[in-house]
Design a protein around this ligand. Structure first.
Ligand SMILES: [Zn+2]
Length: 296
């Protein structure tokens, strides 16, 4: 199976230079999903279209089982690092109990919609797809009676959906993940805007395995792709080989494996806020000698 996992934060992740060498990662402690601790809500939206395989009840249940397994794994990782973490899984369904929403990508698949030229158009079209679905999902939520939101909440985009979910569940950490039941073997899973401070991050998952779901979930909290980052940073291939040797079971490098064989490396722990400092042995593997991650 052709397999892609991509995300769009690394290019701007090192944009915040504090000194000539010390850098803050833009994806860390940023946006809606900040550091991965405390109470977290995963909000899943199942999406049908004529270009994707229809979601059957069995498909939905087995995917919910995979989400549960992925989050159980994340909690076990947190516990072994003495991180308090509670993850609640929620999903969209309308008043009559129907779960999938129906809306198509403008160019049939996520891959062809997102990876068009210019890429800015692909990102915009993908965001529009996500916003339309968020608006539909928002309509299914209870009417807002909170005193925190005093103005009419029209739920007209994913920002509004997230604001409503934050209010309903009493936490800032809401991970928005869209699930598509894909026919296409080369379809991708992506996490969008994880390093942005003006666009709310979200993920689209087209593979049902718990490890892929956990991988994308960790992206939302700031994790980097560790099979890919050296290329974006212009570092030689040997960095990838050394990383693979140092982090042989890293979920951000080997998301296609069985989740029970995977771990969260020291580098990823720093990205998601489980460590406040990254030992230079690990930072040099990923960043080279030029940059030094900020100590929080
Ligand atoms: Zn990834």
């Amino acid at each position: 199976m052709k397999f892609f996992l991509l995300f769009f934060s690394i290019l701007i992740s090192l944009s915040s230079c504090l000194t000539s060498r010390e850098v803050a990662f833009a994806s860390r402690n940023n946006n809606v999903c900040k550091t991965l601790n405390g109470k977290v809500v995963v909000y899943a939206i199942f999406v049908d279209s004529k270009e994707t395989k229809p979601w059957t009840n069995f498909d939905i249940q087995s995917t919910l089982d995979s989400i549960q397994r992925a989050m159980d794994w994340v909690i076990v990782q947190a516990q072994s690092n003495q991180i308090p973490l509670d993850i609640q899984i929620e999903y969209h369904k309308n008043a009559s109990g129907q779960i999938p929403l129906r809306y198509a990508f403008v160019r049939k698949t996520l891959y062809s919609t997102l990876f068009t030229i210019p890429i800015s158009r692909g990102i915009r079209d993908t965001d529009n797809w996500a916003n339309t679905l968020a608006r539909k999902a928002g309509k299914s939520l209870d009417i807002d009676t909170s005193e925190v939101v005093r103005t009419a909440n029209k739920m007209n985009d994913r920002e509004r959906l997230i604001a409503r979910l934050r209010d309903m569940h009493g936490t800032d950490n809401v991970a928005l993940i869209y699930f598509i039941n894909n026919y296409h073997k080369d379809e991708v899973s992506v996490a969008m805007h994880t390093g942005s401070d003006w666009q709310i991050e979200y993920a689209i998952v087209s593979h049902k395995s718990p490890s892929v779901i956990a991988h994308e979930f960790l992206h939302l909290f700031g994790a980097w792709d560790l099979y890919y980052s050296h290329r974006l940073l212009g570092l030689p291939r040997r960095h990838e080989k050394r990383m693979n040797k140092k982090f042989p079971n890293e979920i951000m490098a080997f998301a296609y494996r069985d989740i029970d064989t995977l771990q969260i490396s020291e580098f990823t722990k720093y990205c998601i806020g489980w460590n406040n400092k990254l030992d230079k042995r690990y930072s040099r593997l990923v960043l080279g000698r030029r940059w030094r991650p900020l100590v929080y």
